[in-house]
Design a protein around this ligand. Structure first.
Ligand code: ADP
Length: 179
């Protein structure tokens, strides 16, 4: 599914984010940047050891929740990996919405700073961090739509959803935003 917003577009695909050819691949990391399972494990495995070497050297204190940091992309078909730290879902009363929006907006800000025109996101926080997928789709897509409308770049934002459930949740929200 593709929806255009001025010169930019949001794409939804079902698939594996490590296989994308884009300027930036976003990782859903933890605040220690310590490596984990899920999409983080897949990205580090596909990219090779340079990612962990760089995060240890450049960001020894990790990355706060709601923010993101950049490394090169190792063996991935991308220029950079942005390691974004989403919130752990705790019922919705602990600022989760703002923190998730901020994880996405920091990545989109970093993309502009690094002059990157295409970026692929996973559904941050919706795995082990248990953010309800429908609510995550709403926050992720509205934050993205607002920022690309404002800045006209990156021109391609692709959400790579891991399976039909997450894809459907994102597609339902994007259909409404397209109206
Ligand atoms: P978090 O800790 O932020 O919840 P997870 O890695 O547990 O991070 O999950 C985030 C999302 O990424 C989940 O929807 C999960 O299904 C998805 N995911 C896992 N592996 C991949 C992959 N290779 N490509 C894209 N998405 C993935």
């Amino acid at each position: 599914m593709v929806v255009h917003f001025g010169p930019c577009r949001i794409e939804l695909i079902q698939g594996d984010i490590t296989q994308q050819e884009v300027d930036v691949i976003v990782n859903a990391a933890n605040s220690k940047l310590a490596g984990g399972g899920g999409v983080d494990g897949a990205i580090h495995q596909a990219a090779g050891p340079t990612l962990m070497q760089e995060t240890r050297m450049l960001y020894p204190d990790g990355c706060p929740t709601g923010s993101a940091v950049a490394t090169t992309a190792g063996r991935l078909n991308a220029k950079y990996v942005f390691h974004a730290v989403g919130p752990i879902w705790a019922g919705g009363e602990r600022n989760e919405k703002k923190l998730l929006a901020s994880a996405y907006s920091t990545c989109l800000d970093l993309a502009r700073e690094h002059r990157c025109d295409s970026i692929a996101f996973p559904a941050i926080s919706t795995g082990v961090y248990a953010y309800p997928i429908d609510l995550a789709a709403e926050v992720s897509l509205t934050t993205t739509r607002d920022l690309i409308n404002q800045h006209k770049t990156p021109t391609l934002v692709r959400f790579v959803l891991f399976g039909p459930g997450p894809y459907g949740a994102f597609a339902r929200v994007l259909e409404v935003l397209a109206e």
